[in-house]
Design a protein around this ligand. Sequence first.
Ligand code: COA
Length: 257
Amino acid sequence: MSIKTATLNGVCTIEIARPEKKNALTVAMYQAMSDALHAAKADKAVRAVLITGQPGVFTSGNDIEDFMTRAPGQGSEAMNSPVFLFMRALMECDKPVVAAVTGAAIGIGTTMLLHCDFVYVSDEARLAMPFVALGLVPEFGSSLLVPQLMGHRRAAEKLLMGDPFTPEQAVECGIANAVLPASEVVNHARRMAERFNALPPGAVREAKQLMRGPQQEELLKTIATEGALFAKRLKSPEAMEAFQAFFQKRKPDFSQF
Ligand code: COA
């Protein structure tokens, strides 16, 4: 199984473990992460959730082969797809979620960080949201949250150009809390998550709900709009060219569009 979960000392750890494919996320992996988040929510012994990857890679994003062969459909089919169920469980998780970004965080690897409460990044990590370069559009609220965090100009570099950015830039623009040496990032994130053992869980839950509350409706509306466009774009000739180019290890050619 490429998602490992374990609960220890009040912290439920969800570890992405598919290093041979740079932790690319498949439909089955999203389902496993969604199930783990629901179990963590229901377990009174869990005070916080830690999401982490493998040394050198957090996740290279959605499995591109799955994009080509098992893309979520439109409407309610999309809303019930494992990727939606996972992101929804993450957004609705009423316990603090801490991310230890152990390495590359691409596509949904960066998008999911926008919905975590604490983000610690290895000094060897690179983050990127190359949706447009793949013929796609931003997803799960990133078209709303990224410009809000850093302003339109810096968001355009990340969302329209898809430029990779450093851990230091992630902190500077508000996506991450701190940069840690690669060997320390998981332990630091775990120590932060364990601090919730000493805090009152009811107050933590309600404070988190208050922090997220005001723009929840706008966020859900944005996610639905993004999702409909994303599903359409997955089948577009632009996206097909980008996916094929990835597997053929060449640069995509968009000159005919
Ligand atoms: N989906 C499917 N397979 C992926 C993948 C993904 N998102 N990311 C990596 N892989 C596979 C590669 O195809 C390769 O498989 P192979 O050994 O069978 O050829 C293997 O994982 C190793 O990847 P590789 O690209 O050789 O590693 P690298 O160290 O040179 O680069 C990344 C690492 C993460 C920078 C690079 O793999 C990458 O850019 N991946 C795609 C990121 C992406 O666009 N994600 C989707 C965002 S929406």
